[in-house]
Design a protein around this ligand. Sequence first.
Ligand code: CA
Ligand code: CA
Length: 407
Amino acid sequence: MKRTALLLVVSASCSVNAAWPQSLRFFGNGVGDIDRVKIAIDAPNRPANVGAADFTIEFWMKAVAADYPATPPACTEGGENWINGYILLDRDVFGAGDFGDFGISIYGGRVAFGVAVGGPADTICGTTSVVTGVWRHVAATRNGATGQLRILVDGALERTGGGPPGTASYRNGRATSYPNSDPFLVLGAEKHDAGPAYPSYRGFLDEVRLSTSIRYPAPFAPPSQPFATDAATAALYHFDEGTGTTLGDASGAAGGPSNGVVRVGGSPVGPVWSADTPFLSTQPPQGPFRFFTVAPCRSVDTRAAQAPGLGANTPRIFALAGTCGIPTTARALSANVTVVVPAAAGNLRLWPAQLSPPPASAVNYAAGQTRANSLALGLSPTGAISVRADQASGSVHFILDVNGYFE
Ligand SMILES: [Ca+2]
Ligand SMILES: [Ca+2]
């Protein structure tokens, strides 16, 4: 009989110091300088003040169409039209662009990207909806010499268009009548709170990277893990803080960091940290954890409440937080796993629902055999496990009895 591959470092004296990957969820409040992240880019100048020449802005977003009512309507190209969408990234300056300004919005469900240099401005629109309820990778590139603008969604080039060439960065030490909004790069909202005609982004945001190069001259496979920094990275935000009001810049760019301030408020209160992220985790959070006992309790029984039994080779997810006194903050369980009347020989694998299956099985069994094992079982950020019965055919019943948890 094999044990699970998950090992827990347990300490009786320390509290949780581990975190799952995180994102931020915005609600589009669009008032009062809240529900946004503000990144100061002037006084002193910060590396996040891109726009002097080539740049790439990229991020992961997840939003649903229901949060994007029909106003504003279809994305319309040209001029500064990007400001008419639900603004997701705002490096506008109030009025004409001085050196320049730019931004990205969700306009008619599509990505709108616009750049101005002084008076001349242009906006291009993506060609497909990105408010599809799943994580999407969006990249916007700008060529400083030619002004060319491009939008790539999930690595596919959706639109190439003209734009004004020249310096579109924020002028160092620029005087402004809007000191609370002009000298900032704002994520997740329209920066000036200019009113309901200029709505703010509603949805999740993660992994924002600003680069001083055109990253994607050709279509590409979207990354499957967080960005790493390099010489062209001006600012990089992993959104993994999970708490507090600082969004850290992990780029290491000279003159940085270009940290952001998370400004929270409104109804619903936003933004909020979330464990909903674009990537599957590669490993669970590391301890130390504290152990708490609970009265022995049956959390799963596929002969009863969680029927039917597990089908061969088909993973199932079981939400365990909230059952048997397991809190949502639990990272792992102490439990007994039992298999009952398997139709064929096989083994059972259990793992935190956001991770990959472990190489080792929790229980091995022969056809018709009832077997049990006790183990420490890692949980996903939402307190769920995945279970899979590897067997040739048929099904097997799965019972999980909990006697404690780690947090
Ligand atoms: Ca402007
Ligand atoms: Ca993240």
